[in-house]
Design a protein around this ligand. Structure first.
Ligand code: G1P
Length: 290
């Protein structure tokens, strides 16, 4: 399965932070935001990754991540000219996806919890049956997201984008899994009122075809969408608290790549050596000692 990280957009809601940089590169506690999405892919076993970003910021992504080999993945890059909507990722990524299945993650979404590995396993199984998967999470501010409209038996009827009325408390997160026909379906989409190719329209096609599975994240698992200054701060504080309490980093690419055998101990040691003296390096040195 291929993986796409959508890191485009103008980040207008986070101005002036995003005046001179891409939203997905700003720090979430102790790492650039993009580290967390890449680590989710590594945990899920995805090795072939496409990052879609703006032309302006492409050189910075390349400087930070290069071709991904340091973390045992292969990273390619494509440009999104304008924020034309999330579903445009499948049109931009057409030549990258080729005949494969694809997982899309929004670059400003952070996931943390025991069920991440299960989500990927479950989605792989669904894809074997030609079924797409999405991930939900119970939230209080449902009108900021795509929301699941469920029947009495909790069957998914439709997704409503930023509803005024409360259809359910289940927000649809920015982690999506699709069979290869997603490219063909994305081609058929028409721009919405806000002139974007909507991921919700695409998901509703799969729901109509009875080819969509919704997995709802456990209560103890965390999901952050960093669209506002508040959520960015909340995510940073959450990560800082967990890292301090458990003495374990979240989204530490070197560590996750080693744990998932994407890189070996030799490569890990080389990466650690190259780091300047900092607490991040101390943490990695401790892993070697352990
Ligand atoms: C997008 C999707 C929405 C989803 C959200 C998750 O919203 O349109 O359905 O719930 O991402 O982060 P946007 O960030 O474009 O407002």
């Amino acid at each position: 399965m291929k993986g796409i990280i959508l890191s485009g957009g103008s980040g207008s809601r986070l101005h002036p932070i995003t005046k001179a940089t891409s939203k997905q590169l700003i720090p979430v506690y102790d790492k650039p935001m993009i580290y967390y999405t890449i680590s989710t892919f590594i945990e899920g076993g995805i090795k072939d990754i496409l990052i879609i970003t703006n032309k302006e910021y492409l050189p910075i992504y390349k400087k930070i991540l290069k071709n991904g080999h340091d973390f045992g993945v292969k990273i390619s890059y494509e440009i999104q000219q304008k924020p034309n909507g999330i579903a445009e990722a499948f049109l931009i990524g057409k030549n990258f996806i080729k005949k494969d299945e694809v997982c899309l993650i929004l670059g400003d979404n952070i996931f943390y919890g025991q069920d991440i590995k299960f989500i990927f396993k479950n989605s792989y199984q669904n894809l074997n049956n030609n079924i797409a998967s999405i991930v939900g999470k119970e939230v209080s501010n449902f009108n900021m997201y795509g929301v699941a409209h469920l029947d009495k038996r909790n069957k998914l009827l439709k997704i409503i984008e930023k509803p005024k009325k409360k259809y359910s408390k289940i927000a649809i997160t920015g982690l999506y899994f699709y069979p290869n026909d997603v490219v063909h379906k994305a081609l058929s989409l028409k721009p919405s009122k806000r002139n974007e190719l909507e991921i919700t329209d695409l998901n509703n096609i799969y729901i109509k075809e009875k080819r969509m599975d919704l997995y709802v994240l456990k209560k103890e698992s965390a999901w952050f969408d960093m669209g506002t200054h508040e959520s960015l701060l909340e995510a940073s504080m959450y990560i800082a608290a967990i890292e301090k309490r458990q003495n374990q980093k979240i989204g530490c690419l070197e560590e996750i790549a080693l744990a998932n055998q994407f890189i070996g101990i030799k490569k890990f040691n080389q990466l650690v050596k190259m780091l300047p003296n900092c607490s991040y390096k101390d943490y990695l040195i401790n892993i070697i000692k352990k």
